[in-house]
Design a protein around this ligand. Structure first.
Ligand SMILES: Cc1ncc(COP(=O)(O)O)c(C=O)c1O
Length: 391
């Protein structure tokens, strides 16, 4: 019997039953009273997940659309920005900014590492006279599995460059890691539906501060489709400026309710535990983690190196063929060098233990000397300790 594949990738993530049910409902009009009622719930609930008092803009576009919107709505061509680069997705900020004619400086650290507050402070102090319109950062760098301390990095920006906007990609951190736009004083955060939101791809979200809204007022060419002003006006009337992806928004309504039922603390606790179980399991199997420092390990994705002499393709293909489990390859220069297990969204200890035990079987097949059951035992121990701590 063919079962649906288990997606253990950092997005798209598995869909909850209740979300799948609304996605298959008959079409409804996007200007109907019923849809307005849905948006009336969705808009404030989005503010809750970002911890943001202002309207959160809802785009029918993947996460990259919201990234572009963050820049195109608040920057002018003569602006200069600083991008903290530590992987493929943080590099995307550089690429988008360049297409808008913005001057880009980047502060790079090797993939697998995070920028530290000390490093950023040193850089900004050395450039204290430079007017940066924004500093761009990536909370969870999905290409490597690094979680950056963006709360502290934002505080460092405020020391020397208080007017500079702090813009964060929270695409694989929202709904997995702790994030608070207001109290962390972040100006713009963007996220996408196919990640912690447990939805199909196609929606993205943009939360903003008053400072970012003021920057928008001074933006000479904010574009058309993603223009903040159009979304602000439409959303104030519980509607959208253009035809949105209505089924996804019905799903979003349900997914946000599921997230609220679990609560922000519960969501973060679950993902942290899944990360710790995955890391402990992989280590016990003798595998090397790509992000060695626990404090920088993302709660949504864990990357690791294949054992000596074993190819990433062989492991991934065997997992898919024998168990119907999909894990991710590395990206760009890390393709074929690391593998990534997503533990994001609608996942639990059950999926992590299944993946670890399947990985063990596959490695044994590939003649790797893995201590029998060690990965699963280590992960269970982490779970038991967490259960005991919260009992
Ligand atoms: C951290 C991060 N930023 C940006 C993106 C791009 O989002 P999308 O593919 O939805 O455009 C992704 C997608 O995986 C991501 O993980």
């Amino acid at each position: 019997m063919k079962k649906a594949d288990l997606l253990m990738i950092p997005g798209p993530t598995p869909l909850p039953e209740a979300v799948r049910e609304v996605l298959s409902r008959p079409a409804i009009g996007h200007r109907s009273a019923e849809f307005k009622e849905v948006l009336k719930r969705v808009f404030p609930n989005l503010r809750w997940i970002f911890q943001c008092k202002n309207q959160v803009f809802l785009y029918t576009a993947s996460g990259t659309g919201a990234m572009e919107a963050a820049l195109s709505n608040t920057h002018n061509a003569e602006d200069r920005i600083l991008v903290l680069v530590n992987g493929v997705f943080s590099q995307r900020w550089v690429e988008i900014a360049k297409t808008l004619g913005i001057t880009v400086e980047s502060l790079d650290v090797p993939p697998g590492e995070a920028h530290t507050p000390g490093m950023l402070r040193e850089y900004l102090q050395a450039n204290v006279g430079t007017r940066y319109k924004s500093v761009m950062m990536t909370h969870s760098e999905t290409s490597t599995g690094v979680l950056s301390p963006i709360h502290e990095l934002t505080a460092v920006c405020r020391e020397t460059h208080p007017e500079t906007l702090v813009i964060a990609d929270t695409i694989t951190s929202l709904g997995a890691a702790h994030f608070d736009l207001e109290s962390w004083d972040v100006d713009i955060a963007v996220s996408g539906s196919q990640k912690g939101f447990m939805l199909p791809p196609g929606l993205s979200f943009l939360a903003l501060s008053d400072r970012a809204w003021q920057a928008h007022q001074q933006c000479q060419n904010p574009g058309y489709y993603f223009n903040f002003t159009r979304y602000q006006k439409a959303q104030a009337d519980n509607t959208t400026p253009y035809t949105p992806a209505t089924p996804q928004i019905l799903g979003l309504d349900v997914a946000l309710q599921l997230m609220m039922d679990e609560g922000l603390e519960g969501i973060v606790k679950r993902h942290t535990q899944l990360r710790d179980m995955t890391r402990a399991g992989l280590k016990a199997m003798g595998l090397e983690l790509f992000v060695p420092q626990d404090q920088y390990a993302s709660p949504s994705v864990t990357s690791f190196m294949p054992p000596e002499g074993v190819s990433v393709d062989a492991v991934r293909a065997a997992l898919k063929k024998r168990f119907g489990i999909v894990i991710a390859d590395g990206q760009k220069e890390l393709k074929g060098k690391i593998m990534r297990i997503g533990h994001l969204g609608n996942v639990s200890a059950r999926e992590v233990l299944t993946t670890l035990s399947a990985l063990e079987a596959v490695l044994v097949d590939l003649h790797v000397n893995v201590p029998a059951g060690a990965g699963v035992a280590a992960a269970i121990q982490v779970q038991q300790e967490a259960l005991a701590a919260h009992a």
